[in-house]
Write a protein that binds this ligand. Sequence first.
Ligand code: SF4
Length: 368
Amino acid sequence: MNYSRWETQFCEIIAVGDEEGLAILHLNTGEGKRVFEISDQWVRDDDFFSEVRTQVDEYMAGRRGDFSLKLNPRGTDYQKKVWLALTKIPYGELATYKSIAKAIGNEKASRAVGMANSKNPIPIIVPCHRVVGASGKLTGFAHGLKIKEELILHEKLMGIYHRLFDAFGPQGWWPAKTDFEMMIGAILVQNTNWGNVERALNNLNGELTPQRLEKLSEDEIAKRIRPSGYYRQKAKKIKAFLDWYAGYGYQIEKVRARDGETLRRELLGVNGIGRETADCMLTYAFEKPCFIVDAYARRILERVGLEMPKEYDASREKIESAIPRDLVIYNEFHALLVQLGKKNCKKNPNCQECPIAKRCSYKKKIFV
Ligand code: SF4
């Protein structure tokens, strides 16, 4: 047998197999009950598994829902029958042990299905993580419940992302001509709509470089940004932000060279930069992808059925643990959620034409 191992966003993966096909895909989480050891008899051969690795990495990157690989899982006939039924659960959807038992012809065999499920040697590709208890509880997972939860969340979020992207197309945010305009726009948009921000930005026309803005007095900035509301406070914030940016010589490349966590801490230390504003700047100007938990994101994700912690950072970290660390995805995801929030998922939602209605718990509740 050959084997290969590589790191992914969720955990290290170890693939084992031969010419007959892939026999094991071990999720090396360090959790769960699965006992696994690399045998002395196996030969490491990364090239042999290049297609397995490509497809698994595409899945992790949110670009693949189905696999086309030669599989050779070892098990009893019954187990193989259950595993085959698991491959029929669509990406992003969940099944129960009972529904799988029914699919293989014995509705009463939920327990046996559960046993076969736990022995599945090729998780992810044979998606045993999509099977939950009748109450929706995650129950068990051979590689630990944490990764099961992350995989379910990953599929749910990437399913939403792709549906929104297909419906609305690329949004190409942030709506700004320069990175600096983006940063100032992120401060101006606090507590107002984008139309007012545009009017304020127009009044700064010709002054929208840090060097020129630095020379304007706080009063002069306040006068010009009046259409954005809270203009005196926002002028103060812009001055405070400029002081911080001056520490980097107003050179965006120097800011981008820092790590995201350090930058977030620094930005949160600037007067008037809250979590949402900081995360907008980090994502859209400084190329440090962050999930922006604004009112639209929270409303939509809660309505589709995700449990979002009350705290901003806990919600952000939960989502970030499940979606690929890809700047384009973070950039588009936020913009697409804003678009859905404005178009469909308003306080009184217009669910009839919503691109993600099919899997939304809120819609199911109000239209059943
Ligand atoms: S179906 Fe309705 S409630 Fe659900 S996300 Fe769409 S608009 Fe919002």
